[in-house]
Write a protein that binds this ligand. Structure first.
Ligand code: GLU
Length: 367
């Protein structure tokens, strides 16, 4: 499988050590990207390291713990990070661009399209975008969470052919490698939902902000989006070249689905779940087998706090995730109407009435 458009995420542990930027590492990824770039492949980098570099620059030890400390260290470190990328790529005559994103830029439809257009233009111009979260102004509520998540979202925004997460471990282990000498790397995951249940997210892999749990969660989502994810050791020889050539390296989470269209992939990847709706068996069957919208009558439980237009996850009675969609009612309103028939609601609510709690067009069923 050849990937034409790839998002490559570079973790802090790879890029930064006690002395600062690991220049040789950066050189090695630039050397691997250069021939791909020359061959017309489109590469987007999502890079961490701003906070780590800022901490070292300011001699803070490991102490960027409060939000404002993280924001301030990121402001210092981000320019060092970009300077390092600019220098490394300038040596091979490839222009780079800094793109800082916040979750607000992605969740707003118009800004999401705007970000996509800008990234597409950069790629068309053969510029390599280097993306990071806009940490300096990102508060906890509006954060992506971590750069693994950001890389997955960017992959869906630009409809990438693959997302590659470069980390400091060799891939996904079947058991916790710290406590099991016989732990082995899983090379291929064909069914993330089935195999994912037996995968270890503990040990060695908890470095960085995201850890293996976050990476697998992203893999699950990308799987629905039809985009394969590869998790591999960034220090391994020619790892990017090998993966770009379709060779087995690290762990690949394969996909069965076609790539999702922009609307559904926006709902799936770019909107955070603000709550959950639990549906009864009748509604479950209507959603899974008959392509129906979700109506109030099928809802038995509402959790979380959300408003009109927010995204929520839909689960069955046992808590199994069925899908995700944008709601026409707030959580407060839903408490009052769940389990009730439309005929009755129409009488009561008159003009302020949506027949669907989630319209089919705004609904994504996990397959
Ligand atoms: N945006 C953070 C930084 O550049 C890293 C977040 C992450 O690695 O998940 O320092």
């Amino acid at each position: 499988m050849m990937y034409r458009r790839m998002v490559i995420k570079v973790g802090t542990n790879l890029l930064v050590d006690d002395k600062g930027i690991r220049k040789n590492f950066l050189k090695s990824i630039v050397a691997q990207i250069k021939p791909l770039h020359a061959a017309g492949r489109e590469i987007i980098i999502v890079s961490s390291g701003a906070i780590g570099l800022g901490i070292r620059k300011l001699n803070l030890g490991k102490k960027a713990s409060t939000l404002s400390e993280k924001q301030a260290t990121a402001a210092v470190g981000q320019i060092m990070l970009m300077q390092a990328y600019e220098e490394a790529f300038r040596a091979v005559n490839i222009p780079v661009a800094q793109v800082l994103l916040g979750h607000d830029d992605i969740k707003s439809k118009s800004r999401n399209i705007n970000a996509r257009n800008t990234l597409n233009k950069l790629l068309e111009w053969k510029v390599i975008p280097v993306i990071n979260e806009n940490d300096t102004v990102a508060t906890d509520e509006i954060k992506f969470g971590d750069n693994d998540t950001l890389a997955g979202i960017v992959g869906s925004v630009v409809s990438a052919d693959a997302v590659l997460i470069l980390t400091s471990v060799d891939g996904v282990y079947d058991k916790n490698p710290d406590t099991n000498a016989d732990a082995r790397i899983i090379n291929e995951i064909d069914d993330i939902n089935e195999q994912g249940k037996n995968i270890s997210t503990e040990g060695r892999t908890t470095m960085g902000t995201g850890g293996m749990g976050a990476k697998l969660e992203i893999a699950r989502k990308l799987n629905y989006a039809g985009i394969p994810l590869v998790i591999a050791n960034g220090n391994a020889d020619n790892v990017i070249e090998k993966i770009a050539a379709g060779k087995n390296e690290g762990t690949i989470v394969r996909v069965k689905n076609e790539k999702l269209g922009p609307k559904k992939s926006y709902i799936l990847m770019s909107l955070k779940e603000k709550g959950k709706l639990k549906v009864d068996d009748g509604a479950k069957a209507a959603l899974l087998n008959s392509g129906k919208s979700l109506l109030a009558v099928g809802i038995c439980g509402v959790s979380g706090e959300f408003n009109f237009g927010d995204a929520v996850e839909i689960t069955d009675m046992n808590g199994a995730k069925l899908g995700k969609g944008m709601v026409n009612y707030s959580s407060k309103d839903l408490e009052g109407i769940k389990g009730r028939r439309n005929s009755e609601l129409k009488k009561e609510l008159g003009g302020n009435f949506y027949e669907e709690v989630i319209h089919r067009d705004n609904l994504l069923i996990y397959r």
